[in-house]
Design a protein. Structure first.
Length: 249
């Protein structure tokens, strides 16, 4: 018997990095996995890695119609959603508040914060019907400090922590738990093709130099697996740094 036998896990941003590691880890633990990503090829690659127990769905978490279709596909295929990992996220340009463009602000908030809200909002009715559910949000060290990223990313991850606490509090008596992990720097594709604002990057350079504390995506997946499992049955509203001690300093 595996910890997640008969469970269904929906992971957003499952086509790469931390989300891919989560999809693989939940499947290894017995779950059927809905691997959702805005990039179809990446979602399909992850589903192929997982094998029979995975369904790849192309979905943009920042788009309400796309999210509705994602949740419909998950329920259509498996009939339930026990675990939701709101993991899809994008970097900002490291721009400071005076320099960030409204377009970058809007895009980052839409994917990192509104995206998590839209998926949670669409999945909650199913979890409430089931009387059971665990949500794990991928926030960031930038969710608890002001100097770990640019203004938009920082605000989006602080907001995601607020959403985590709101959901945890609201549904504590309904069998639904909601927690967040705060990854430190992790070896993924998130910075591929990124262009950084020079002034912001200069101020944030101590953070960018944190390479020696670089984690592997599987270390984030392990933490998410714990928070979604029965071993964490009374852990609700927890904001969990998974950063090798960076936030302890
Ligand atoms: P990644 O770029 O390797 O993977 C992110 C995936 O999300 C990609 O496959 C991308 O296609 C997908 N995605 C982007 N926008 C999407 C959208 N609108 N809808 C659906 N999917 C979308 O990056 P990662 O590092 O694995 O990032 C995962 C999460 O971890 C993010 O929320 C990120 O903010 C967070 N995080 C990462 C680090 C790090 O150092 N890598 C640190 C702290 C937090």
């Amino acid at each position: 018997m595996n910890a997640f036998d008969d469970r269904v896990a929906l992971v957003t941003g499952a086509g790469s990095g931390i989300g891919r590691a989560m999809a693989v880890a939940f499947a290894k633990a017995g779950a059927r996995v809905v691997a959702a990503d805005v990039d179809r090829a990446r979602a399909e690659e992850t589903a192929a890695l997982v094998g029979e127990a995975a369904l790849a769905v192309t979905a943009d978490v920042g788009d309400q119609a796309s999210v509705a279709a994602l949740v419909e596909a998950a329920i259509g295929a498996y009939g339930r959603i026990d675990v939701l990992c709101n993991n899809a996220g994008i970097l900002d340009t490291m721009a400071l508040p005076a320099d960030i463009s409204p377009e970058v602000w809007e895009r980052v908030i839409r994917v990192n914060l509104t995206g998590a809200f839209l998926v949670t909002h669409a999945v909650l009715p199913h979890m409430l019907r089931q009387g059971r559910g665990a949500i794990v949000n991928t926030a960031s060290e930038a969710g608890i400090r002001g100097g770990a990223a640019g203004a938009a990313y920082t605000a989006s991850k602080h907001g995601l922590i607020g959403l985590t606490r709101s959901v945890a509090w609201a549904y504590a008596k309904d069998g639904i738990r909601c927690n967040a992990i705060l990854p430190g720097p992790t070896a993924t594709n998130i910075a591929d093709g990124a262009t950084f604002d020079p002034a912001g990057a200069a101020r944030l350079s101590p953070v960018l130099a944190l390479g020696e504390l670089m984690a592997q995506p599987e270390q984030m997946a392990d933490a998410a697996l714990y928070l979604a499992s029965e071993a964490a049955s009374f852990v609700n509203g927890a904001i969990v740094p998974v950063d090798g001690g960076w936030s302890a300093g």
